[in-house]
Design a protein around this ligand. Structure first.
Ligand code: CAA
Length: 372
């Protein structure tokens, strides 16, 4: 922990809940439809399965379920929630925040700040930072914040991003850091860019795929270099228990980390070794659900925290197109070792239905009809 963190009250994650939708498609099935070699998706992009939502199910339903699960394993009660904030790029209204739909389902009302944050895949992290800083400022009193990252990532049919689709939600209660302390110090980087955006009224994002990769790599380099500062990069990163990234698709994360390594003057072997030990093991859930935009990083963080001993430190690199990025550090608390929230993912993976190529086509038709 930094010197700054040591002098601040410790605030962080008191509870975590996760939710995945009830359908999934193996990427090999999509490859059949698009006439692609399945290995382009599995080896070239590192994808396995995409989580999919039925027509009447989406970001709200996943957010509600994740929130109920986080609240259910928290030792506080709903009356202590003084802020509900949802980070998403799957907004269901241009004015009414998605947090209002969730608060309604939870029965949360009264002296509660309720709002939505948008910054592409970075929105959930901004929401979390605001909750942390609200607590650290003293304005929260003894209230806690409920932060939710939830998204449905769908591309236009045959878009190059289609194999990276996914969905999921992560809810986090920000309060006493039973699961993890979030360091007040963080390392942001932003530059205005059109790498991935969705104009008002359009159903699917417009993407400059190759440019988005360059932006992501540039952001990662700058955030990690700020984190390392004048310290020895190899020593500093090797001391971490895990290094988590926003996961558009797993191969992207590897490319970005190799780029970060190059900027430190490392050879491929060293970067690859750190990637294999500290990064790859945290993307198991991401491979099962695909890109869940705002929720992707926090799914990886939730997977990494499960089973850590108190005091072990991890980093979380958040990226949102447009573009904005931030690197956070978290230190495991006494409850991290229990990994209680892994039960959510195990339950949802065990209970979801796998569909095939024909089922996927019908599903896309049905979603289109439902949104018309
Ligand atoms: N067997 C094995 N590998 C194969 C293969 C085969 N038969 N055929 C191709 N490949 C490999 C390619 O060599 C390539 O690997 P390398 O990059 O290591 O060379 C890989 O498969 C992908 O191939 P392409 O580059 O040709 O893929 P593409 O152009 O069809 O699509 C993409 C790639 C542009 C990233 C696309 O997935 C996309 O547009 N995605 C959406 C944007 C995105 O995810 N950007 C990431 C950063 S932005 C962000 O973070 C926001 C966000 O979440 C969306």
């Amino acid at each position: 922990m930094t010197a700054h963190a040591a002098t601040s009250p410790s605030i962080g994650l008191a509870s975590i809940g996760l939710s995945l939708p009830p359908l999934a498609l193996p990427v090999e099935e999509l490859a059949k439809l698009r006439g692609q070699d399945p290995q382009k998706y599995t080896l070239g992009l590192g994808c396995q399965e995409m989580a999919l939502c039925p027509p009447d199910f989406g970001a709200v339903e996943m957010a509600v379920e994740a929130a109920k699960r986080a609240l259910g394993r928290w030792d506080g009660d709903l009356g202590r929630i003084g802020m509900i904030v949802v980070g998403t790029e799957s907004a269901v209204d241009m004015s009414r925040p998605l947090s209002a739909w969730v608060a309604e389902e939870l029965g949360l009302r009264g002296a509660v700040r309720s709002y939505e944050v948008k910054h592409a895949c970075y929105g959930g992290t901004v929401a979390l930072r605001q909750a942390l800083e609200w607590k650290l400022s003293g304005a929260a009193g003894d209230k806690a914040a409920l932060v939710i990252a939830t998204d449905v990532a769908l591309y236009a049919l045959s878009d190059p991003g289609e194999p990276t689709q996914g969905a999921g939600a992560v809810a986090m209660i920000v309060d006493q850091p039973d699961i993890a302390v979030i360091d007040p110090m963080s390392y942001p980087w932003s530059e205005p860019a059109f790498d991935f955006w969705r104009p008002v009224g359009e159903s699917f994002p417009r993407v400059d795929g190759k440019f988005s990769l360059d932006c992501y790599k540039k952001a990662a380099e700058n955030c990690f270099r700020a984190f390392v500062g004048d310290d020895d990069a190899q020593q500093k990163l090797s001391a971490l228990a895990a290094i988590c990234f926003h996961v558009p698709f797993p191969k992207m994360v590897k490319k970005a980390f190799l780029h970060v390594g190059e900027s430190f003057g490392w050879d491929y072997e060293l970067s690859n070794q750190i990637f294999s030990q500290k990064i790859d093991p945290n993307m198991g859930w991401n491979r099962q659900c695909g890109n869940a935009y705002t929720a992707s990083l926090w799914m990886s963080v939730a997977e990494a925290l499960a089973g850590l001993d108190e005091g072990q430190q991890i980093t979380a690199f958040s990226y949102g197109s447009g573009f904005g990025a931030e690197l956070l550090t978290l230190t495991a608390g006494p409850e991290a070792a229990t990994g209680a929230w892994t039960a959510d993912i195990e339950h949802d993976l065990a209970n979801r239905e796998h569909i095939d190529a024909a089922g996927y086509e019908s599903l896309r038709d049905a979603r289109l009809a439902a949104s018309a």
